[in-house]
Design a protein around this ligand. Structure first.
Ligand SMILES: [Zn+2]
Ligand SMILES: [Zn+2]
Length: 410
């Protein structure tokens, strides 16, 4: 019974593939940057209204929220998709390639939106068997930082009080049909730093009369690289990247100013705090040794995305019901960040990675102008996420709290 219901969910997701592909390609053709997803939001809202869902638009800027209610009271499950594109020039040559030169859905957010629209369509057919409700959250501006925060600040979580939150990301490192699920940290925390160095100018032939910001910047950059190699436990993960360094106006003038910007990624709070405090010390001390003043601006942007152990077990069970044993891949954590972490920080959740590379094909990475995920991943993601909502809605509170592993309370 269980298996046949799961098979029928996959069959219904496959039946919904054409509509999902159409939505995906329409979104793909017209990529929009963060907080500018007006056409994307309109398309999503229209499809959800066609399904008869309660739809709210303009949430946290351009976000869309819709609720699908089951037949009886029960838990609230939140599903999240992101809607924004990237400033990337598309080079796929596909017939439905971006019509906005310089903008592209190179992070598969078009696929995430289409998959969730598919989930809404499939779950609508199962609503009579579903307890509780599902809230669909189409969030703006994942890439540009601030989308999830604006969405949460708009009161989405307090209004709907979800008991669990699930998100999905297409993952080119995995083949179509594989699902990456991992307990604990899966994506990194994200911090940024800006360092301004102020010295004084002099003739390049008389450096002793100035205070050299180029030298100070060089010392700071070298010092920053020693934090991961000499301060962080080798068994922990951390990245300190200096992305820009600007200084100087002429070859024969001692520079009085330098600006450094960079990013920090870690997989946990203790190492995050360690790196932040060492950046401050290294910056101050290195600059002072060069007789240059320093000013550091350090912003903590996103926490580590940590999956809840029990939500992972539920998600893995649902994926296996739909795709069979062997579909789960224990992927390594990524040092990229995703603002789904702000949801997972507040509500027990799991971020699922769906394979989107056809076996034997070359996989272009996310954010690459050649990235072209297989649309065969759409019905798979749709079926697993729909199954997950149904499964979750039938677990009892005690099963969710601890005595997990028994059958669903059907
Ligand atoms: Zn991205
Ligand atoms: Zn993304």
């Amino acid at each position: 019974m269980k298996a046949c219901e799961s098979n029928s969910i996959l069959a219904r997701a496959i039946a919904a593939q054409e509509a999902m592909v159409a939505a995906r390609r329409a979104i793909h053709r017209c990529p929009e940057l963060g907080f500018e997803e007006h056409a994307t939001a309109r398309l999503i809202a229209n499809r959800l209204r066609d399904l008869g869902l309660e739809v709210r638009t303009g949430v946290g800027g351009t976000g869309v929220v819709a609720v699908l209610r089951g037949a009886s009271p029960g838990p609230m499950v939140a599903l999240r998709a992101d809607m924004d594109a990237l400033p990337v020039y598309e080079e796929t040559g596909l017939p439905y390639a971006s019509e906005h030169p310089g903008l592209m859905h190179a992070c598969a957010h078009d696929m995430h939106c289409a998959a969730l629209l598919g989930v809404a369509a499939v779950l609508k057919e199962y609503a009579c068997r579903m307890r509780g409700a599902v809230v669909f959250m189409f969030q703006p501006a994942e890439e540009t930082d601030g989308g999830a925060r604006a969405f949460i600040d708009a009161g989405v979580l307090t209004e709907h009080e979800p008991d669990a939150v699930f998100g999905l990301h297409m993952w080119p490192d995995l083949e179509v049909g594989k699902v990456g699920i991992r307990e604990g940290p899966v994506m990194a925390s994200l911090d940024s730093f800006d360092i301004e160095l102020a010295g004084s100018t002099a003739h390049g032939a008389m450096p002793h009369r100035g205070r050299d910001a180029v030298l100070a910047a060089s010392a700071v950059v070298i010092g920053l690289q020693q934090i991961v190699s000499r301060n962080v436990d080798p068994m922990e993960a951390a990245v300190v990247t200096v992305g820009t360094l600007h200084s100087g106006k002429a070859r024969n003038i001692i520079a009085d100013r330098a600006v450094i910007t960079g990013t920090v990624r870690t997989l946990g709070e203790p190492v995050r705090e360690l790196v932040a405090s060492r950046i401050e010390e290294v910056t101050t001390m290195s600059a002072r040794a060069c007789g240059v003043e320093s000013h550091l601006t350090y912003d903590r942007l996103l926490p580590t995305l940590a999956n809840d152990e029990r939500m992972c077990q539920i998600a893995a069970g649902s994926a296996q019901e739909v795709l069979g044993p062997g579909c789960i891949q224990h992927t390594k954590p990524s040092m990229a960040a995703d603002d789904f972490s702000l949801f997972a920080e507040r509500v027990p959740g799991c971020y699922l990675f769906f394979g989107c590379t056809t076996a034997g094909d070359a996989a272009y990475p996310l954010h690459n102008g050649h990235f072209a995920p297989s649309e065969d991943a759409l019905p798979i993601a749709c079926a697993v996420m729909a199954r997950l909502c149904l499964d979750y809605s039938h677990y009892s509170a005690s099963q969710l709290e601890g005595r997990f592993g028994s059958e669903r309370q059907d």
